[in-house]
Design a protein around this ligand. Structure first.
Ligand SMILES: [Cu+2]
Length: 106
């Protein structure tokens, strides 16, 4: 009985954490962010994977033009970026100016 209750509270804890911090994967493929638009909740994490045979660079720019530059991302490398403030962001690759990802954090 006790074990059942403990298990139930662990499950609800896990569900609560999942609800507050999701990881959303963005691929970089053929010099595009895929998908190129995403809506997140505050605290969610974008997981960038690079499926291209070339380096990319990830820059996150917010409404006020504040920029976070994550640096070069090599082929096959995974980079994670948390979004802890609501707002609209644009993610760019400075190596390939046509690569754009719009991120809306609610
Ligand atoms: Cu690029």
């Amino acid at each position: 009985m006790r074990a059942t209750r403990l298990f139930a509270s662990l499950v609800s804890l896990a569900l609560t954490q999942a609800a507050y911090a999701a990881e959303v994967t963005i691929d970089q493929n053929h010099m595009k962010f895929v998908p190129d638009k995403v809506v997140l909740h505050v605290g969610d994490v974008l997981v960038f994977q690079n499926s291209d045979p070339m380096n990319h660079n990830i820059q996150v720019v917010n409404d006020d033009s504040d920029t976070v530059d994550i640096g070069l991302q090599h082929p096959g490398q995974i980079v994670k970026q948390a979004f802890t403030k609501a707002g609209d962001y644009e993610v760019r690759c400075t190596v390939h100016p046509s690569m754009l990802l719009s991120v809306s954090v609610k």
